[in-house]
Design a protein around this ligand. Structure first.
Ligand code: UT7
Length: 322
């Protein structure tokens, strides 16, 4: 049976940077509080004229170039996002039009911060089940600044905008490299811990993101620890076999708590949230792209991705880097 490999990756963040010092003049907060409680120092924020599809387009172009294929070689686009440009059509369709690869199937997937891992699963299953699919463009992209309440200090300091993309390609036969396993799950009983009503502000109803921070924190640690342990166990691996762990970039305290519990040495953890903030579905592909560009991930390395998000959703993926 053929494999699905990550053939190319890329990412993009908007130019505009919002620092903690900027936030000090917007809400009652301090740089010190934000850094100590979250690890975040700055985040990128879209201009009013930039949308999720614009960020995704730039990330997609980098990923396609990095994969060494042409746009016309793509067979499907899956975009993980909770901040689509429109309610419909899908952001993936808008990206297809901008890329100019007409007629291939395109759709969005909503699994919040776990969206990129869910989309990886869709891509590898599509490759496994459909012989005509060779290259799937998987994108995680968000304009979270459009749903954040800029008067709520408990949430507005946490999030940023950005996009990351990967080309998932068919590779012949059974080989060493590729997406070895993906684990995904969800618990809808926790839906109200982190949600966005999403109605338009003109209707007078609330449209901003709402979060029970402490509860989300506890669930995040519990679910991500289990997602790491379960995927290692079912693949007969231990943390010693992993070269690099790329966790969802929400909060350094969450990442540290997971690392302590499942015994991930600090040098194996990739953390970049100081300059991105939490970019939801974009967080893992942006971090993965940075880790590769910084030489933290080499060909043949075993990489472990792990995420959690609104839903609550969670996921982990094991990838032998190509
Ligand atoms: O992708 C999933 C997205 N969500 C997350 O990952 C969030 C998970 N949760 C967290 O990361 C943390 O719960 C937060 C960073 C959101 C908050 O940290 P915390 O240590 O849980 O703080 P807290 O909510 O318990 O608040 C502690 C205090 C409160 O004041 P009092 O009641 O002790 O007087 C808050 O009002 O900190 C106050 N506070 C702030 N102070 C200054 C809350 N936000 C701020 C702020 N600046 N921005």
């Amino acid at each position: 049976m053929d494999r699905a490999i990550i053939r190319g990756i890329g990412s993009y963040v908007p130019d505009r940077v919002l620092t903690n010092a900027d936030l000090e003049s917007m809400v009652e907060t301090t740089h010190e509080w934000i850094v100590t409680r979250t690890g975040i120092e700055s985040r990128h924020i879209c201009l009013d004229t930039e949308n999720t599809s614009d960020l995704c387009l730039e990330a997609a172009k980098h990923a396609v170039a990095n994969a060494g294929i042409a746009v016309c070689d793509l067979d499907m686009i899956v975009t993980a996002t909770i901040t689509p440009d429109f309610q419909f059509p899908s952001t993936a369709c808008l990206i297809q039009e901008k890329l100019g690869c007409n007629d291939i199937p395109c759709f969005d997937l909503g699994a919040a911060c776990s969206g990129f891992i869910y989309a990886l699963d869709v891509a590898r299953n599509s490759i496994a089940s459909n012989a005509s699919i060779k290259n799937v463009l998987v994108i995680g992209g968000e304009k979270l600044s459009s749903v954040v309440d800029w008067e709520d200090r408990s949430t507005c300091v946490l999030f940023g905008d950005g996009a990351g993309a990967a080309v998932i390609s068919r590779a012949p036969g059974v080989g060493e490299t590729g997406i070895l396993d993906v684990l995904i799950g969800a618990d809808g009983r926790c839906a109200k811990l982190l949600y966005c009503p999403g109605s338009d502000v003109s209707s007078g109803t609330e449209r901003h993101l709402k979060m029970e921070g402490r509860e989300v924190f506890k669930e995040a640690v519990r679910r991500m620890c289990a997602a790491v342990e379960d995927i290692l166990l079912r693949n007969h691996l231990s943390i010693e076999d992993i070269a690099c762990v790329v966790p969802h970039q929400a909060n350094t305290r969450i990442i540290t708590a997971i690392a302590e519990r499942v015994k991930i040495p600090e040098e194996k953890l990739f953390v970049n949230l100081a300059h991105t903030g939490n970019t939801s579905a974009a967080s893992i592909p942006i971090a993965l792209d940075e880790a590769v560009r910084e030489g933290k991930i080499q060909s043949g390395n075993l990489v472990l991705l792990v995420a959690f998000g609104a839903g609550m959703t969670w996921g982990s993926a094991l990838v032998r880097w190509t």
